[in-house]
Design a binder for this molecule. Structure first.
Ligand SMILES: *Cc1c(COP(=O)(O)O)cnc(C)c1O
Length: 472
């Protein structure tokens, strides 16, 4: 993978290349014959870190070591030359790659690719926003014919940071048109916004905080019929509940800051892409292995790398992803059912509630992975994650009074935590986009976003109830 000038291969370099080609083919066989046959939990626990890696390279460390080193040393000039021309696997310098982020990337590539027949790869990023920027940027380049007309089509219901990135940084500052889809369940609305200058389709699902959803397969089919990729932000679901690549999406972006980790130790992100994706960009390397392309070319230059310390902390959190998402989803369902019946609540938005307008669509896609192989369930079960929102009755001051009265639930612009956290999007995450932007994204002033953690749900319900009564 090299965008740079081709180098001449010396005999010494060729020896390193041959040696590493054997290493790569052994690894690919191990992935295909062993790891791809494991259940989700086993992949989450072990990823690609093996006993032989540990014994041969890392003095037997059973946990992936944190490689706090800026750079990698080479045996001689041939190895260095082969490595820096990307002719052999190398990590080289920690802005480009690092052994700790390597294990994090493989765990995520395999988890997002769980149940998918083809191959996936992953590029770690310093944050979820870095993942989104990295994912969209390569498609927005000026084409070889010099044409600067570029647009993309995206769901208007999306994370506040994404809305800012698309409207301010891309549209206003770089003259790249973002065409918002207001009702993403309407496939005709998507279709009507695509033209010959469209570069990709982008959708967040379930969206934060409104729980927007769309039919991934239908939108992926539409994208592909126009030779375009579909990029999905699947942060809220995590691969434990939804894997868009299995339904035709080309690229998934994740904020690993959120439910993927739940611990709240730090910021991180990832791009996971399927190999050989669809795009109307004239660049074979980009299409063949998008994640590797952004890792070794774009991100090397932009410097949006994940810290090795954070990579191992996140990796460690992800080992129990499936059981955490199950528990927190069930807790959220109980809280949603309580709020739905509460006399001081106007409306509850949770995809798990049968009366949610998008429930049937979400039910088609959101499943607890492997529940059919689980002693507890023994059959497929739907799970909808731990993000919900609700609107408090009365004028907006009541919402603030309720919010200020919460005792156990934390007031913070955070989500995906093992601890329950609430925010008022209109004054926090979605404050910057103004009234018009909030109306487009459907964020009223009395909306509270709640992310239910792993506490006993009765304690969360009691806290909500006392705060609602204070705001009566
Ligand atoms: C938080 C979030 C992001 C941004 O992630 P950071 O890690 O905070 O940069 C992107 N998408 C969604 C849905 C999010 O919730």
């Amino acid at each position: 993978m090299s965008k740079d000038n081709d180098v001449e291969i010396t005999k010494g370099m060729q020896e390193y290349i041959d040696h590493n080609n054997k290493y790569l083919s052994d690894r690919n066989r191990y992935i295909r014959d062993v790891v791809k046959k494991w259940r989700f939990d086993t992949i989450a626990v072990h990823g690609l870190y093996t006993v032989s890696d540990a014994i041969e390279d890392y003095q037997g460390a059973i946990i992936e070591p944190i490689f706090m080193s800026t750079a990698q040393a080479y045996r001689d000039s041939d190895e260095m030359a082969a490595a820096l021309a990307y002719k052999i696997p190398t990590w080289c310098y920690s802005r480009i790659a690092n052994p700790s982020t390597y294990y994090y990337e493989w765990a995520l590539a395999l988890l997002e690719g769980y149940g998918y027949d083809g191959e996936t790869s992953c590029c770690s990023t310093s944050s979820g926003m870095a993942a989104i920027t990295t994912a969209v940027q390569p498609f927005l380049r000026v084409q070889k014919d010099g044409s600067k007309l570029r647009n993309f089509v995206a769901t208007a219901q999306c994370y506040g940071g994404t809305f800012q990135l698309f409207t301010v940084c891309l549209m206003q500052e770089q003259d790249i048109e973002c065409r918002w889809v207001v009702d993403p369940t309407d496939i005709n609305e998507w279709a009507s916004k695509i033209d010959e200058n469209t570069r990709f389709l982008y959708g967040e699902l379930p969206s934060n905080p409104q729980q927007g959803f769309f039919d991934i397969k239908a939108v992926a089919d539409l994208a592909h019929s126009h030779n375009l990729p579909l990029i999905c932000d699947s942060t809220v679901a995590t691969p434990a509940l939804l894997r868009p690549i299995c339904h035709g999406a080309d690229i998934v972006v994740q904020s690993a800051t959120k439910s993927l980790t739940t611990s709240g130790f730090g910021i991180g992100g990832a791009i996971i892409a399927r190999k050989n994706l669809v795009a109307n960009i004239d660049d074979d390397q980009l299409k063949t292995d998008f994640a590797l392309y952004v890792k070794y070319y774009q991100n090397r230059n932009l410097g949006t790398n994940l810290h090795p310390m954070q990579a191992v902390m996140s990796l460690n959190d992800m080992r129990t992803l499936r059981s955490k998402m199950d528990l927190m989803s069930r807790n959220t369902m109980k809280v949603a059912q309580f709020l739905e019946k509460h006399s001081l609540i106007d409306s509850v938005q949770y995809l798990g509630l049968p009366n949610h307008p998008l429930h049937d669509l979400a039910r088609k896609y959101m499943w607890l992975v492997d529940s059919e192989y689980d002693d507890q369930y023994g059959k497929p079960v739907n799970r909808y994650g731990h993000l919900m929102s609700f609107c408090v009755k009365g004028e907006p001051e009541k919402t603030r009074l309720f919010f200020d009265s919460l005792q156990r639930i934390w007031r913070a612009t955070d989500l995906g935590r093992i601890k329950s956290v609430a925010t008022i999007p209109a004054i926090s995450t979605h404050q910057q986009q103004g009234e018009e932007g909030r109306a487009l994204a459907n964020i009223p002033l009395n909306m509270v976003r709640l992310c239910v953690g792993a506490e006993h749900p009765a304690d969360i319900i009691a806290d909500l109830d006392q705060a609602l009564h204070k705001a009566k």
